[in-house]
Design a protein around this ligand. Structure first.
Ligand code: ATP
Ligand code: MG
Length: 221
């Protein structure tokens, strides 16, 4: 595994469009190591697009996105994947057991580490209560997994992966306030160790943020 140090990320004067339509305009923000940054903004304002640019799913103009003091375009892909975890708005599961779906985040994870990550994501009790527990085939659960259960599995994956930068796209949008509280507490405990970006519509999630940016008409305020 490549050894990488993470010293924060930043976006400077970033402009991005899908085709003709400008989505982000002259956007700037700093993700200082060990902090929680909140991003709010209405649907379609470009929040997920910003996270995708930070993941290099889309190429950004040279100089506009920096990770660990380097232009993101110059970072080796394996290093980038090691430094960043992105929890998307929809968690995709593949056929296999719940355990398999978690282990893809880190193939050498022990059962204890998997359970620890699931506790932090508030999904361990649900999994442990299934007759086959972590060995339950996802196929058998099929569509019976709720949006919130999937979402918490997605978050557990990110915890397990262990990347220093966590990009979380609406991580609690499908959760009741009890599960949300557990997850926000887990995230707040990461302060100082992880760098967290939290995209959300909900003000309640923003109470754990050190800095909150708001995206409006492609611009940051
Ligand atoms: P939400 O809160 O609903 O998740 P968002 O702030 O995350 O919204 P984005 O997903 O970043 O918004 O989308 C910003 C704009 O870009 C929207 O108008 C969307 O339709 C458009 N868009 C997103 N992805 C693409 C794409 N691959 N190609 C073209 N347009 C896209
Ligand atoms: Mg989005």
């Amino acid at each position: 595994q490549p050894k990488t140090t993470f010293s924060g990320a930043s976006v400077q004067d970033l402009t991005f469009s899908y085709g003709d339509e400008t989505i982000l305009q002259n956007m700037s923000l700093a993700l200082r190591p060990g902090t929680v940054t909140g991003i709010v903004g209405r649907s379609g304002s470009g929040k997920s697009t910003l996270l995708k640019l930070l993941m290099r799913f889309w190429p950004a103009a040279p100089g506009s996105v920096q990770v660990s003091d380097r232009d993101i375009g110059a970072v080796n892909t394996a290093d980038l994947r090691q430094m960043e975890s992105y929890v998307t708005q929809q968690t995709h599961l593949f056929s296999g057991s719940i355990g398999d779906n978690l282990r893809i985040a880190r193939l050498d994870a022990t059962q204890q580490e998997i359970e620890e990550a699931c506790k932090r994501a508030s999904v361990h009790d649900f999994i442990a209560a299934l007759p086959q527990g972590y060995d339950t085939p996802v196929g058998e659960l099929g569509s019976t997994l709720s949006g919130g259960e999937r979402q918490r599995i997605g978050l557990a994956r990110a915890f397990l992966h262990g990347a220093p930068l966590l990009l979380l796209d609406e991580p609690t949008s499908n959760l009741d306030s009890l599960n949300e509280a557990v997850i926000l507490k887990s995230l707040a405990q990461e302060r100082g160790q992880k760098t967290v970006v939290l995209v959300s519509h909900r003000q309640s999630t923003m109470r754990i943020a050190d800095t909150v940016y708001s995206v409006e008409n492609g611009r940051m305020s």
